[in-house]
Design a protein around this ligand. Structure first.
Ligand code: MFK
Ligand code: FAD
Length: 512
């Protein structure tokens, strides 16, 4: 028929079309670094809507979802997982683009993290969640850098930060078990010493969620059987961290049986599995009984990935909604001329901008804490602020970001709900960020942990740093910011006073 055809929304270069990212980078990076990295960001901004986009679409095609073959024709257990070609290509692109390595090559010292996360932000919304294995790979590299033995630094570390797809390793992170994911102290998996000289252990148990199941290696928690007594300590102080390869040198799985692939609401291309461990050969990382504290270095990185992951998905969905508003007509006006519609988009834009600022602030602090000398007083302050900011950013940004993505769908009316538009995938893939790496309430309790451990000092430091930032901002645009600044300051001061004046943790908890 010859009836009306709506001109579809379009996505251009994802770096060029993102003034918010550009302005954050201009603010956080010295000019010389900005000039050096901008061509790289532009090329990735282009790839995000061309070849990387096509790889993500290939992964999201239901015909290509991961499949598990447990037995071969001869009833031999094989546990082969087939993934989309796009998934493999996304791995290679990630290595070549340096999505993990930039953080460890540190070409720009403390600024390297900002560069790396800017690239992750551009790659992620087109990557069908390949950013998930990358985030855990990044965290694993950091744990080895901080706690690994010389051997681990020579064998695993160079692969985790490799730019060559042939040598690049990705890592899983196995914490969650059937009795509890938030509360890992109930974990059942046990590790038995095989050879003290080579630090070899055999691990048996059941891991309830493993997302990077096709990864090359994993970091996992297990309850250590005391080699002297044969006993295990209950609670989380009985847990140690281990590192293991997924396969033995002969190519067989390393004491792992894939019980089942999970049937999930989103993250459809990600091969999340239930795993039975039966004598998985592994090495202990860090001190026995310090598993949770050691793996926290991964958590504190993957939590920033989760916040950035939701922010960049929200931006992608808003870009679709904004372009649609320029083209879609209601009455005799396009939507961008209708105040009611624009007010909605502006509110969502504000959520996106706030989320981007908070998340990149965490990235900036992460870079500084990793690069500044240990005795630098700035580093001590940054570490305190980062420890408090990370759970806040992850919980808050993911929570409000997912709600905002849902609303961008509405901004396209019925077309927003259509699979081809891409908002549905972003919504499904973002929703999980409110759950994995700690639910919103569990992260609220983590904030409480920081306040209790520092006896409120962490919040004092945070308030001082914020007050300095507010003063700087006020000196540049006094009238615009005065009212907001006053409200932030008074609420911060009230919270600090409350925490300082109460010794009762329950009272603090109920006030949050
Ligand atoms: C784009 C997407 C990117 C993201 C992809 C991710 C893919 C999905 C992967 C996963 O979901 S992996 C599983 C993630 N699981 C969680 O996040 C668990 C959530 N639960 C918690 O965070 C609990 O609070 C916790 C497991 C940490 C409670 O454990 P414990 O042992 O009962 O807590 P405890 O006793 O308070 O803390 C033990 C030690 O760890 C303490 O240190 P000390 O012994 O020195 O005092 C704590 O201070 C320390 N600790 C805990 N959390 C920390 C931390 N240290 C630094 N940072 C933290 N976040
Ligand atoms: P529970 O801990 O049982 O939580 C249930 C509810 O109770 C939540 O609302 C929670 O907020 C609340 N709750 C729990 N404790 C408290 C408390 N003390 N106070 C107040 N409320 C509380 N894990 C891995 O280790 N590796 C992976 O690769 C991995 N991949 C995943 C992939 C997907 C797609 C999903 C959905 C999960 C994945 N997880 C993985 C697991 C994830 O980290 C856990 O699901 C999450 O940590 C929550 O644990 P749980 O499922 O046991 O829920």
């Amino acid at each position: 028929d010859s009836g009306f055809r709506q001109e579809p929304p379009r996505l251009g270069n994802q770096y060029d079309e993102d003034p918010v990212l550009q302005n954050i980078l201009k603010r956080l990076l010295p000019d010389t670094i900005m000039q050096e990295i901008e061509p790289d960001l532009k090329q990735l901004g282009n790839r995000a809507v061309t070849d990387i986009y096509a790889m993500g679409e290939d992964v999201e095609d239901p015909n290509n979802y991961p499949r598990l073959k447990q037995y071969d024709a001869w009833c031999r257990r094989v546990d082969e997982i087939t993934v989309a070609q796009g998934w493999k290509d996304l791995n290679d692109v990630a290595a070549q683009e340096g999505l993990v390595s930039i953080a460890y090559e540190r070409p720009y010292q403390e600024y390297s993290r900002i560069y790396q996360f800017a690239k992750s932000y551009l790659y992620s919304p087109s990557s069908a969640l390949y950013s998930c294995p990358l985030s855990m790979t990044d965290g694993a590299a950091r744990v080895i850098e901080m706690y690994g033995t010389e051997e681990m630094k020579q064998t695993f570390y160079p692969r985790l930060i490799s730019r060559d797809p042939k040598t690049f390793y990705t890592s899983g992170q196995w914490m969650t078990e059937r009795p509890g994911g938030s509360d890992v102290s109930r974990s059942e998996t046990q590790a038995e010493l095989v050879d003290a000289k080579t630090n070899t252990w055999k691990i048996s148990g059941f891991k309830w969620f493993s997302s990077a199941t096709t990864a090359d290696m994993t970091m996992l928690l297990a309850r250590t059987i005391d080699p002297a007594t044969g006993l295990v300590q209950q609670g989380s102080r009985g847990l140690s961290l281990y590192i293991a390869k997924m396969r033995k040198p002969d190519g067989q799985l390393n004491g792992v049986r894939v019980h089942r692939l999970k049937d999930k609401y989103g993250t459809k291309g990600l091969p999340t599995a239930e795993l039975e461990l039966d004598g998985m050969e592994a090495q202990m990382v860090g001190e026995p009984g310090r598993g949770v504290a050691t793996i926290a270095s991964i958590l504190n990185i993957t939590r920033i990935y989760a916040a950035i992951g939701v922010v960049c998905s929200l931006r992608r969905c808003l870009a679709i909604a904004k372009d649609f508003a320029l083209k879609r007509q209601a009455g005799n006006r396009t939507l961008d001329q209708i105040p009611l519609h624009i007010t909605t988009l502006a509110r969502l834009e504000l959520v996106f901008r706030a989320g981007a600022q908070i998340s990149f602030y965490a990235v900036q602090l992460l870079g500084r804490t990793e690069s500044l000398p240990e005795n630098d007083p700035q580093r001590k302050e940054d570490m305190e602020v980062l420890r408090l900011l990370t759970p806040v950013a992850k919980a808050f940004v993911c929570r409000i970001g997912v709600d905002a993505i849902s609303e961008t769908m509405e901004a396209l009316g019925g077309q927003g709900y259509m699979e081809e538009i891409g908002i549905g995938k972003n919504l499904r893939n973002s929703q999980v960020n409110t759950i994995w790496e700690g639910t919103t309430n569990v992260l609220a309790l983590d904030v409480l942990r920081v306040l209790q451990k520092s006896k409120g000092a962490a919040l004092e430091t945070f308030a001082q740093v914020m007050n300095k930032k507010i003063a700087t901002a006020l000196s540049t645009s006094p009238t615009l910011l005065a009212d907001a600044a006053k409200r932030i300051q008074s609420s911060m001061n009230a919270t600090c006073a409350f925490v300082a004046n109460t010794q009762d943790p329950v009272a603090v908890e109920t006030s949050m």
